[in-house]
Structures are given as C-alpha cells and as structure tokens.
Ligand binder design. Structure first.
Ligand code: NAD
Ligand code: TYD
Length: 339
C-alpha cells in the first residue's frame, strides 16, 4: 500500500507520518510538502532516515508538479493535510488561503480522479461549522450541523470540504472527510495558542490572551487525531463525513493558567490584548458517529495531554528555538506589538 500524505512536514501531518511509519511497516509513505514557514524537515528527521519513506518538496496547487509525482508513484491512498492553517494570518492576508486550501485541494481531487485512487481523505476542521454560543453547553457540532464560517481560514476550508463532497457525488471519487477540533501536542508551530504560551512562559514573556479569554476550544491530543484518521481511511464509509474530538473543552484562560501552573510561572505574565476580529466563541464536537461506527474515542484527557506536551517542549528546545529565531520573529513583532 502506498500512501501520499500532503502537508506532512507540518504539525498534524508530521505526527501522522510518524504514526503511519511506525504502525504499518509494510506501507510506503510518501510526503508532499511545499515547506512553507509552517513546514519543517526537522519534524521528519526520523522519517527521512526510514527506507519506507519518501519526501517531495512541491506545492499542491502546482498542477504539473503534482501530476508528475502521481505519475511516478501511483499511490493507493491520499490524505490531504496541506493547508494554510492559522486564523490570524488568514485575517491579515486571505488570498494564499484560497490558493492553497481551495485550489490546491482541487488539484489533488483532479489528480486522484485521473489515477483512480482507492481513497482520498480530506482533513477538514470543525471551524467549518462556525461557532456555538458560550451559554448553551448543551449544544455540540454534529456532522449535520450546517456549514457557517467566520474567518477566511474557515471559509477556505469549508470551500475545500464542499468541493470534496461534489467530486464524490459528481465523479464518484472515493472520498472521506474528517472535521476535527483543535489539536495540540509535539511539533506544534509556536504561533498557535498552546505552544506559543509554553514558549513565552519559558522566556517570562507576556502571554497575550485575546479579549477576556472566555472563548472555548475542544482540545484533542494529536495522537488521537492520527488514530481517528487511520480508522477512517481503512474502515470509514466512502462519501461520509466524520467529526473528531470531544469532551475536552476549556476556556483559553483555563488553558493559559494550566500552562503557567505546570511551569511554575506567575499569572502576572497574562496580558489581555485586543480581541481577534470575528473571533469564534465556542467549538465543541459530538463524536458519537466516530464512536458508534469506528469504535473511536479520544484516549488522552486534556490534563494528561498538556503535561505530555509541556514535557515535549522542555525536552525538544532545539526544535522550537530554530523556529523562533528565524523569519517567525518578524511575524511575531508585527502581530503582537501595540496590540
Ligand atoms: P500546519 O500549518 O502546522 O502545517 C501545514 C503544512 O502544510 C506545512 O508543512 C506546510 O509547509 C504545508 N503546506 C502549506 N501550503 C502548502 C502547499 N501549497 N502545498 C504543499 N504543502 C503546503 O497545519 P496543521 O495544524 O498541522 O494542520 C494540518 C491540517 O489539519 C490542515 O488542513 C488544517 O486545516 C487541519 N486541522 C488543523 C487543526 C489544528 O488544530 N491544528 C484542527 C483541525 C483541522
Ligand atoms: P489558535 O491556536 O490560533 O487556534 P484557532 O483559532 O484555530 O482555534 O487559537 C486558539 C484560541 O486561543 C482562539 O480562541 C484564539 C486564542 N488565542 C489567544 O488568546 N492568544 C494568542 O496569542 C493566540 C495565538 C490565540
């Protein structure tokens, strides 16, 4: 079995490459990644030394490069993680989000049609559902919740998600889609809430909380996301959407305070800054379908996962120091100075 994983040098894709290489020793794993600011070959250090692994540097929206790779490799399964993934960046500059997330997905769908792929899996997001109110704890996203987006990021992901459904219905492409909640864990780029707060706390720098810190996210340890996708690509029903996540809701302030407590740092580091434009209030997944059809349930609680994550950042300082000393420094200054 040959599996192409796009975006495999990023956070979740990188964890998925490692997961698949370890679990399926008889598979060939091929990564396609453009190595944008968010892609990092250091995440794939072990994989690159594995004879079952191959890496191609290519942009998923570059049709000729992608067709050439498929002509050479003729994969059985494609899992598409490649995306521009940061909401704040999408608010600053939406265009690239459409190019990569929407047009890039279209190129992959076309090439999968041409080469008669067995399975195409689209890694979508719960952000396609928009948000839930803070005062209705009884409400959750199910697979039937209408798509209703808030940010250019979520709109571009929703466009891709709908395009995959259209290719399945119109052309019979054997596709599945997963809509996952917020992930955290090793190799998470330190512009997203959890790794950014860990790195800032370690440097005794201000921890910038948007608005009042009341927004709620449903946190999923990245390994649980990998096991869910593994189940879907092998046992999920073609044409179906699966929600992934559940039961680990925290306000942003709770998350930040937990990190400070674990690192023995003062809460005085918390700084309230201007809220994100269009900020989604609450995400919360109902994972009943994944549980009933595929026997999946998140294994790692937030309390356990956050400890593992913090330890990983303490033990892998070189990985993130290389990132924050590079071009990312400029982005950080632009986004957080005078906010
Ligand atoms: P990430 O930003 O860490 O990684 C994205 C990867 O895609 C990077 O390696 C980057 O180099 C690559 N990439 C970007 N543009 C590309 C292009 N045009 N061609 C090829 N490669 C390109 O993102 P992530 O957090 O690992 O998210 C992966 C996927 O999961 C995304 O599709 C995202 O929408 C989805 N998702 C993420 C979360 C989350 O909490 N992070 C939750 C649900 C869904
Ligand atoms: P983020 O990690 O960007 O994920 P998403 O926006 O896709 O959910 O942000 C998680 C939450 O944390 C979100 O409500 C915005 C908030 N946040 C902050 O309060 N401060 C920050 O510096 C960042 C990056 C995010």
């Amino acid at each position: 079995m040959k599996v192409i994983i796009t975006g495999g040098a990023g956070f979740i894709g990188g964890n998925f490459v490692n997961y698949m290489l370890e679990k399926y020793r008889q598979y060939e794993i091929i990564c396609i990644d453009a190595l944008t600011y968010a892609g990092n070959l250091e995440t794939l250090e072990e994989a690159l030394a594995d004879p079952n692994f191959k890496f191609f540097k290519a942009d998923i929206s570059d049709r000729s490069s992608i067709y050439n790779i498929f002509e050479e490799e003729k994969p059985d399964i494609v899992v598409n993680f490649a995306a521009e993934s940061h909401v704040d960046r999408s608010i600053e500059a939406p265009e690239l989000f459409l190019k990569t997330n929407l047009m890039g997905t279209q190129v992959l769908l076309d090439v999968c049609r041409k080469y008669g792929i067995q399975r195409y899996h689209q890694v979508s997001t719960d952000e396609v559902y928009g948000d839930l109110p803070l005062d209705r704890k009884d409400l959750f996203f199910t697979e039937d919740t209408p798509i209703h987006t808030s940010s250019p990021y979520s709109a571009s992901k929703a466009g891709a998600d709908l395009l995959v459904q259209a290719y399945h219905r119109t052309y019979g492409l054997p596709a599945t889609i997963s809509r996952c909640s917020n992930n955290y864990g090793p190799y998470h780029f330190p512009e997203k809430l959890i790794p950014l707060m860990i790195v800032n706390a370690l440097h005794d720098k201000p921890l910038s909380v948007y608005g009042k810190g009341e927004n709620v996210r449903d946190w999923l340890y990245v390994e649980d996301h990998c096991s869910a996708i593994d189940l879907i690509i092998h046992h999920g029903r073609i044409g179906e959407v699966y929600n992934i996540g559940g039961h680990n809701e925290r306000t942003n302030l709770q998350v930040v305070k937990t990190i400070l407590r674990e690192l023995n740092k003062t809460e005085k580091l918390i700084t309230y800054v201007t809220d994100r434009a269009g900020h989604d209030l609450r995400y919360a997944i109902d994972p009943t379908k994944m549980h009933d059809e595929l026997g999946w349930f998140p294994k790692t609680s937030f309390d356990e996962g956050i400890k593992k994550t913090i330890n990983w950042y303490l033990e892998n300082e070189k990985w993130w120091t290389n990132i924050i000393s590079g071009a990312y420094k400029e982005y950080y200054q632009k986004m957080y100075q005078n906010r």
